[in-house]
Design a protein around this ligand. Structure first.
Ligand code: FAD
Ligand code: NAP
Length: 313
């Protein structure tokens, strides 16, 4: 059976595309998600800018009902990694990690982005043994202890605030003296009594022993080194686009991309390939928000419905 639409990725973009395609009348729609549906927001300790959702709510709690809502309208879900999406004539082929291939008339891809490594000495070796990119997942291990947070964007500041509630002290290490974060978040950081700002500084090395991290050495703009003795280091230095599923056997991309590896789309989420739509964090000029990713999913779904209707009727 050829799917009406294959949705790749089960974050806010993919799930919303699933809701709108099925509710909008497409009969055979499958969402391919390699992990649990919900996307990267499930690693966030708090989200306060999703419209209509007030009070303290974690990313996990926000996303919990989304898959069930889609399933009510008939969205099918395969838990599998998509290795490659290719196009043969006017049929898309979804090459999956289990060795099988699904076929589809249209594809909505929303594979999002993943945390970037900062690139300092010891980071890779001690990853998972004191170096982490997820405060919600690992913060509790450092209850009552001191930790360091690397980065100066929204994620670093919000997660530093979260960690400051669990840990005795948070060292916020940032390479400049201004932050690229929402003004109210910066205000909260400045007011937090147990957050020390370590500015104009970059990590030089994270070090440890058999048990894991024991400290981090940072270097400031004058070349001075400082040892911060902490058992936990959280890095929040941005994200890389997950575009691997669009890479073809010859190394080219299925559709046009920009130099940052983001998919070029128009305002309807159409890519350069007919019937292929890209959504959420992976597309050009993405605001990188749950609400915009969800919006993209809805826009792409409406386009896919018209495309499939025209193609099959
Ligand atoms: P993602 O959420 O990244 O979902 C992509 C999905 O695709 C993932 O589930 C992944 O497993 C799956 N996938 C990837 N590759 C494959 C493959 N090859 N095969 C199958 N499945 C695949 N936004 C806000 O609006 N407010 C906030 O407060 C906020 N806080 C954040 C805090 C943190 C810590 C982080 C990391 C992000 C935060 N964001 C926030 C940003 C928000 O999470 C993202 O903009 C949003 O999740 C993007 O949705 P998406 O569907 O495009 O991608
Ligand atoms: P980001 O905005 O790209 O910020 C990355 C931070 O890490 C920057 O401060 C950067 O420094 C620093 N950095 C980058 N590489 C580094 C390195 N090698 N060593 C040390 N520091 C390094 O990433 P993000 O904070 O993850 O946010 C990603 C997107 O998601 C943004 O668009 C953001 O607005 C959005 N987001 C939104 C919310 C929200 O709305 N509440 C929450 C989280 C994320 P410089 O500043 O010097 O470049």
């Amino acid at each position: 059976m050829i799917l009406d639409c294959a949705i790749i990725g089960g974050g806010p973009a993919g799930l919303t595309a699933g809701l709108y395609t099925t509710r909008g009348g497409l009969e055979n729609v499958t969402m391919f998600e390699k992990g649990m549906p919900g996307g990267q927001i499930t690693s966030s300790s708090e989200i306060e800018n999703y419209p209509g959702v007030t009070g303290e709510i974690s990313g996990m709690d926000l996303m919990m009902p989304w898959p069930e809502q889609c399933q009510r309208f008939g969205l099918k879900h395969e838990m599998v990694e998509v290795l490659r999406v290719s196009k043969d004539g006017d049929i898309f082929k979804i090459h999956k990690g289990d060795g099988t291939i699904s076929e589809a008339h249209s594809v909505i891809i929303g594979t999002g982005s993943s945390p970037r490594r900062a690139g300092f000495a010891g980071e890779d070796e001690l990853f998972g043994r004191g170096v982490s990119t997820c405060a919600t997942c690992d913060g509790f291990f450092y209850k009552g202890k001191e930790v360091a947070v690397i980065g100066g964007g929204d994620t670093a500041l919000e997660e530093a605030l979260y960690l400051a509630k669990i840990c005795s002290k948070v060292y916020l290490v940032h390479r400049r003296d201004t932050f690229r974060s929402a003004p109210n978040t910066i205000e909260r950081i400045k007011k937090a009594e147990n957050i020390e700002l370590v500015l104009n500084s970059v990590p030089d090395e994270v070090y440890g022993d058999n048990m894991g991290v024991t400290g981090i050495r940072v270097k400031n703009n004058n070349g001075e080194l400082r040892d911060i003795k902490v058992p936990g280091v959280f890095t929040f230095v941005g994200n890389d686009v997950n575009n691997q599923a669009l890479i073809q056997e010859d190394g080219s991309f299925l559709c046009d991309m920009n130099s940052a590896g983001e998919v070029i789309v128009d305002i309807s989420m159409k890519t350069s390939v007919e019937g292929l739509y890209a959504t959420g964090d992976m597309r050009i000029a993405a605001p990188k928000q749950v609400v915009s990713a969800a919006g993209d999913g809805a826009v792409a779904a409406l386009q896919a419905i018209s495309y499939v209707d025209e193609k099959l009727n």
